[in-house]
Design a protein around this ligand. Structure first.
Ligand code: G3P
Ligand code: MG
Length: 239
């Protein structure tokens, strides 16, 4: 896995509405070569880009994401909450996002974000779509998740893609989980991370990537600790 030092978070969520095609375009414009984004399943099992289990914060819809069909979800406005200039920016399907990534030449860390109870299904549906549609012109995607069931399902369907375990902090279980789910990288929040954590992960032979880093001096410190890649809402501040 050969990742750049800086990756856009939810596209480039500081500059455009998170997890929209506009956010992917913004990341490319800022000079980013890889982006992270979040994928849920709709009621009819179509992978779509959205962070929360519910529609309320980032769209003009309401209620659970997994209660709506993809046909309905793509008609929602996922831009106006962020700014009027993104009025009617739609909720994208993963398929649409992949096509745009191909035309922009952007690599991607696809975060599998299952609605509660849909961990296995989300992992396998997302991995299958990536296996079938990922463009050969792009570097292979990295699949990440906080949910180990989703990582296991993704591994069954598309073992060829790298997997990253997502954690808010290093727990006692992290090493065993990395082995159990065949992960090559650990993606950790910066808040409770220490230099010795970074050393421990690297000594075990894994890459450690960190989210969500929006501050230059924090980023510099993490790099001196040996962090590989920083995932940022404002990648332009770190590039
Ligand atoms: O993948 C890194 C980061 O996106 C994980 O947290 O909640 O922003 O999806 P979250
Ligand atoms: Mg995410």
């Amino acid at each position: 896995m050969n990742l750049p030092r800086i990756m856009g978070h939810r596209g480039a969520a500081g500059h455009a509405p998170e997890n929209t095609l506009a956010a992917l375009r913004m990341a490319a414009q800022l000079g980013v070569r890889w982006v992270e984004f979040d994928v849920h399943l709709s009621a009819d099992r179509t992978p779509i880009l959205i962070h929360d289990d519910t529609l309320d914060r980032t769209t003009d819809g309401e209620g659970a994401v997994d209660a709506q069909t993809a046909d309905r979800l793509v008609t929602l406005d996922a831009g106006s909450w962020f700014s009027d200039s993104f009025f009617d920016e739609p909720v994208p399907t993963l398929e649409q996002a992949i096509q745009l990534l191909a035309s922009l030449g952007l690599g991607a860390n696809v975060e599998i974000k299952p609605s509660p109870g849909h961990e296995l299904e989300t992992g396998s549906v997302v991995a299958r779509l990536l296996r079938e549609q990922w463009p050969s012109t792009l570097p292979p995607p990295i699949l990440s998740s906080f949910k180990t069931e989703a990582l296991a399902a993704a591994r069954n369907v598309a073992p060829q893609f790298d997997r990253a375990l997502l954690v808010h902090k290093l727990t006692r279980a992290w090493g065993q989980q990395m082995r159990d789910f065949g992960c090559t990288a650990l993606h950790c929040a910066h808040r409770r991370l220490s230099a010795s954590d970074v050393e421990q992960v690297r000594r075990a032979g894994y890459q450690l990537n960190v989210f969500t880093v929006n501050d230059r001096s924090l980023g510099d410190r993490l790099f001196t600790w040996g962090v590989g890649t920083l995932i940022s809402d404002y990648p332009d501040r770190l590039l």
